[in-house]
Design a protein. Sequence first.
Lengths: 350, 250, 339
Amino acid sequence: MDSGILTRPATGSAGIARGERVKPYRTPAQKANVRNLIFLAVIVMVVCACYLLVNAYPDKPQLFRYVLSLRIPTLAVMLIAAFAIGGASIIFQSIINNRIVTPCLLGMNSMYTLVHTAVVFVVGSGSIVATNSNVSFAVDLVVMGIAATFVYSYLFRKTGNNVLYVLLIGTVLSSFFGSIQSTMIRVMDPNEYDTLLTTLVADFNNVNSEVILFSLLLIAALVIFLRKELQLLDVITLGKDQAVNLGVDYDRTVRRLMLGVVLCIAVATAMVGPISFLGLIIANLARQLLRTHKHSHLILGAALMGMLAIIAGQLISQHVFSYAVPISTFITIGGGIYFLYLLLFKKGGI
Amino acid sequence: MKITNLKKKYDGKTVVDSVSFTIPRGKVLSLIGPNGAGKSTVMGMISRLIARDAGDIHFEDKDLSHWNSKELAKKLAILTQHNNVQMKLTVRELVAFGRFPYSGSRLTAEDVRMIDKAIAYMELQEFEDRFIDELSGGQRQRAYIAMVIAQDTEYVLLDEPTNNLDIYHASNMMRTVRRLCDELGKTVILVLHEINYAAFYSDYICAFVDGKIAKFEKVEDVINKETLSEIYKVDFEIIHINGKPLSVYY
Amino acid sequence: MFSIKKYRSTIILGTVLLILSLLSLFVGVIDINLHNLFSGNGMELKIFLLARLPRLLAVLCTGVGMSVAGLIMQQLCMNKFVSPSTGSTIQSAQFGILLSLVFIPSLGLWGRVILAFVTAVLGTWIFVWFIQRIQFKNTVLVPLIGIMFGNVLGGIINFIAYKFEVTQQLSTYFVGSFALIIKGNYELVWLALPLVILAFAFANHFNIVGMGKDFSENLGVNYKLVLFVGLTISAMITASVVTVVGQISYIGLIIPNIVAMFKGDKIRGSLIDTALFGALFVLAADMIARTVISPYELPIELIVGIVGSILFIAMLIYKLNHGRKAIRLGKAKEGSCCG
């Protein structure tokens, strides 16, 4: 069987044209996207500046420096967390090919807090693994990577990618992890439940800024390590059949991307605690604003949206409610309503 | 492409059993048969989407499993029914994916030429910047075919391409299939439910019953009273239109 | 012979429950033995009457009440995955408790329970009204919506609680636990019993309504009225349990399903078994909660949450892998009942 019968030179023609790249074709929508992204980035910068400077007493240098020394690490944490959640949510949605599902809705963040608690539970709260944030974070990441891969690949295999089942089981899993974690804390110290909880689980008023450097390095490493897979995301979006048809090693690519997602969620949860609906909101807002499938744009958009949401939310929480209401409360209410809206009226792919 | 002794089991139940046939080049071949006869599974195995339990699929000079997936993507394209893309993707971007096996995500001038040609061939110019989730079923199917054309393969596999299309779009789809073969010289293999589309538009028909090949012949030799009754277990009448046999059943 | 076979599961469940109940009376921080109890040891008798017995009764009422509430909701909504915890009834009741804490704290327990009744009933009606209006009734979509409804309501509760600084109080009222049950503060939960009896009286009506609106109109049953009564009964049971004990999830969801696997879906036939099994389940969970880190106690909600979510996930996967059939093992496995 050689290709003698072929009526025209069908294959191999790409070789001729190699090297002679053309400027990528941009639709008007894509040009608008670039504009939108720049606009969004500017707003984020403004909000960051507000966050640092509002009520910072710039007229009293010592106080000013003190305020900044508190706010800069917190700001860094929020920026990193927003990037991690935004990126992970977009990647995850594209793999699942569904806009309603995000890793946090499936309980990945509760899983991380459980893993962290379990590690402290096993090694004891006095050991080096528990007292050194970076060491404990590293251990958590390893355990989390293994456990999440196992649990979620089982979940997807068992449900045959039926989105509603995945979502419902994920929601139940989330409360399951929460119950186990809570039980562990109570067993560790029945008297000091609340204190132990705050030391084990971060939140926005109590961010974990000790792992900033580690997280930054980890995310940078992930981006470099996964750069090929990230480029393939555009093709993965077409679904398994089409991706395989186009010559992509689908299973391997998805496995590696999933590991990236898990680690990103771990980073975000370690720094700001579990916030279930943020990813859903920012990923969908990004998809609505940037009507494109280009993942470089989408990930950037979601990350910027996340930064905007968290920092603006924190500003409101601090200066309007004077820290009384944590922003995760707003995110739960808004995100829950948004989720119901997507589920009922958009039917996003069910 | 030569297929020998193909087998597949799901949960201990044999769905494809000892299937062997050779795909005639440059022709349209339709796989027909009742539900669950294994035709889509055979198609899946030919296109490497479904792993086979046993058997050989000899393609050009080596077995399908020895092919590099990306090289194979330049020779063989498959379009399944599951094309429910939720993401915002324009027609042009979708068609451009057909060039992925050649150039990755960075298009060359040759790629752009092929994309333009494919879009023009399927008469999609006016839709090319529309999002595919905003198109009608028929238009979307055409966009996918354009992507397959841009993929520029000799073999084109279509799994129930007329599914969910109304009569107008379905018969247009079948005419397109014919043109892919006649004008572009492609070998087209389809899974079809409608016997008459298979009868009217294909060169060969391969009929499956219970995971086995019941009949693999030229159209005229399959579309007759006896064979069809045997396959589908209902009575058929055969009439001829434009020299092609068509079946009537009730 | 026939009748014994028919009631076999009920008899077994009843016996096991009785034994476990007696056993539970003697589990606790302070050892109580039978001899001292009847020889007039005042201290032990006091503990027995003030704490142990009330606790047992509260546990039994909770188990019976929540599982029957779940059974009714599942029948009426024609969905095996609807229950007080997946139909936002629990959160609605909690919302009432929150309102009473914020606006009428002086009314104490009575204020809490009355507002909890009102909001639980309203919340359940709204939820059911809402899901009946959804065009595409996917079995799994309904509990998903219910859980999310509950989440949103939980968020609003949190918001108000933070705003009015009652979060501390709430966390003690909300996490289901029998640790604080003593004579004098738990009697409200007895309300579950007359409601369960009422449910039994209406059982056939619920069954008919569960077959659908047209079906029940055809048989001359007032669909709306029965739906209304049934939902109100299960919301009130839930509200009384949530007020006294706190949130106990999954009981109403999994117990009726497990019983239906063996007994089928006719309410009359399965109501007593469901009630007994629910009581047994909660009692077992409570005994675990009391002994695991003795002398401390775990909130029972944690035990129920862990076991319940595993069972729920198992149920979902089972249903998914066995097509559209209801969760039912069928006659073949009837012999292995309760094993």
